[in-house]
Design a protein around this ligand. Structure first.
Ligand code: ZN
Length: 89
């Protein structure tokens, strides 16, 4: 029996994250702070059923990123990644 997938891939965060970053973060490579896996953000498992957006590592399910809009502020928690590698223009 397989577990039902209740997440989208990281590409689904492109619209929300474009409110913060001027570049396309889904093409960036992030390193999981828990298991050390280096993966494109687009490969993350994205959960959008909560009051914000939670991206989890596609290998170990550790939380990579949390994002929420509260009133006029945007809260971004990136503690789950040791780094996020972006291509320079
Ligand atoms: Zn991981």
């Amino acid at each position: 029996m397989s577990a039902q997938m209740n997440y989208l891939d990281g590409n689904a965060a492109a619209g929300e994250l474009s409110r913060i970053f001027a570049i396309d973060v889904t093409a960036a490579e992030g390193q999981c702070a828990h298991c050390g896996a280096k993966k494109r953000f687009a490969e993350a498992h994205l959960y959008m059923q909560c009051p914000g957006v939670v991206a989890r590592c596609c290998i170990c399910e550790h939380v990579l990123l949390r994002f929420a809009s509260v009133r006029q502020r945007v809260l971004l928690d990136l503690r789950g990644m040791t780094n996020l590698s972006l291509g320079a223009a």
